[in-house]
Design a protein around this ligand. Structure first.
Ligand code: AMP
Ligand code: GLY
Length: 424
């Protein structure tokens, strides 16, 4: 079948690689893709938020399966567009409906969903722009650190964790009292701080049944030892050693099953990935957030570990036939280190030539912010490459990824040196 994948990051390159390995895939198109995906399939350049253009492309190229990588098309209703357009109704699509995508698009919606379905999460209250005083009074009843979340999509910048009440009140006023966060700041969720270690769980659901994909740990801060500003993610490891069998049993029983059952009971049309950001609080899982897509860079360690045919999994999910599906997972450790442009997550320059020397056995180099320019590959974003390696343990996978990074050069390249070290 012909397949269209929407997106352009390392996540999409990793998904594209797996799709292209499937005997079910005839032609793979990636919109808009990057310099890596163009070696896996055919990049096509159109705006993935322009649904009429997607429709035209799908019909002209006999696309039978669409996989949505990032959240934005989902939160804007691309799946509803497909389901309500007669000519597209037979096209299989991986992604939740507009209603389902609210689990990521609105923190308040996600918290209320968790509460209705008795899913463990931090206790919280939501306030709107007319309730700054009430919110301030609520903050005064809490102990630091404070957790403030702009309700809507805020490109990863919507969560603020101040250590003092003064800073918390200032952040509150910035979110509710100014236009800094746009409509994302129309509401604020203030919640209890959960101390613990974070991990990311990934589920593929058809809305009734589900399969659990490998879990991963993400490294969000720019600097070693989790110092400095938050980024999209600087590295990831899968599997996560501190998530043992007993913990996973709790995750499935207390979180995954109630989530999927909740979607079903509330008639929320959902076929796609559920990315559950979890806090392990003394052996008990609490949901920090839902995302309605795969994580990046987590996908760059999760997808390489999937030995099953992913196209077969996608087709089953889109047809509502996931029941009794078993997914084959590679038991080895996968570890990825993200190479970023100097200056990221602040200002950085683009257009630096990337020089690839030796390609090492056992490593996979996924492209994120790259493009082809005059026959060369140049940087085109903050996160440039994700270098993934397999090993029998974290030490081995780490060594291979860092050895592979030594074989790649671009001006002002930066990467964390400590990915995986905290798990040893
Ligand atoms: P999010 O954008 O929801 O992923 O939040 C960003 C980060 O803030 C998370 O990855 C956590 O590290 C942290 N965080 C969010 N909510 C809480 C909470 N209730 N307690 C502790 N940390 C939190
Ligand atoms: N790595 C975190 C995310 O994709 O949201």
């Amino acid at each position: 079948m012909n397949i269209l994948l929407l997106g352009s990051g390392g996540r999409e390159h990793a998904i594209a690689e797996k799709i292209s390995q499937s005997p079910l895939c005839k032609q793979l198109f990636i919109a808009p893709g990057n310099a890596g995906t163009s070696q896996t399939g055919t990049n096509v350049f159109f705006n993935i938020l322009d649904f009429a253009t997607i429709e035209k492309f799908v019909l002209e190229n006999d696309i039978q399966l669409v996989v949505v990588g990032p959240e934005e098309p989902l939160v804007r209703g691309v799946v509803d567009y497909f389901k309500s357009t007669t000519t597209l109704q037979k096209v299989l699509i991986i992604g939740p409906s507009l209603e389902g995508a609210k689990l990521e698009g609105s923190k308040d919606y996600a918290k209320a969903f968790m509460q209705r379905n008795s899913i463990p999460t931090a206790s919280y209250k939501t306030f709107n722009r007319n309730e700054i005083l009430e919110a301030e009074n609520f903050l005064k009843t809490l102990k630091p650190p404070f957790v403030l979340k702009a309700d809507g999509l805020a490109a990863g910048k919507g969560v603020i964790i101040p250590q003092t009440l003064e800073d918390a009140i200032q952040a509150l006023k910035e979110i509710l009292g100014t236009s800094k966060f746009g409509t994302a700041g129309d509401k604020i969720v203030i919640e209890e701080f959960l101390p613990g270690i974070e991990l990311s769980i990934f589920v593929l659901t058809d809305g009734k049944d589900y399969i659990i994909l490998p879990e991963a740990k993400d490294y969000k801060r720019i600097g070693d030892n989790d110092i400095g500003p938050n980024t999209g993610g600087m590295g990831a490891v899968s599997p996560v050693p501190f998530a043992g069998k007993e913990f996973f049993k709790k995750v499935e029983e207390q979180i995954i099953i109630p989530t999927v059952d909740g979607l079903k009971r509330e008639s929320i049309d959902y076929c796609g990935f559920i990315f559950i950001g979890l806090m392990n609080v003394k052996g008990n899982p609490f949901v920090i957030e839902y995302n309605v897509r795969m994580g990046d860079p987590e996908t760059e360690v999760v997808f390489p570990r999937i030995d099953s045919d992913v196209v077969e999994l996608f087709v089953k999910a889109a047809k509502g036939e996931l029941k009794n599906t078993v997914v084959q997972i590679n038991p080895q450790t996968a570890l990825t280190v993200v190479m970023v442009s100097g200056g990221y997550p602040g200002d950085f320059e683009k257009g630096k030539e990337i020089v690839f020397k030796n390609k090492l056995e056992g490593s996979l180099v996924y492209h994120a912010g790259t493009k082809e320019h005059a026959g060369r590959i140049v940087t085109n974003g903050g996160r440039v490459l994700a270098v993934t390696s397999f090993g029998k343990n974290i030490q081995e996978a780490r060594k291979k990824s860092y050895d592979q990074i030594d074989e790649i050069n671009f001006e002002n390249a930066f990467f964390r040196k400590d990915i995986g070290l905290d798990l040893l």
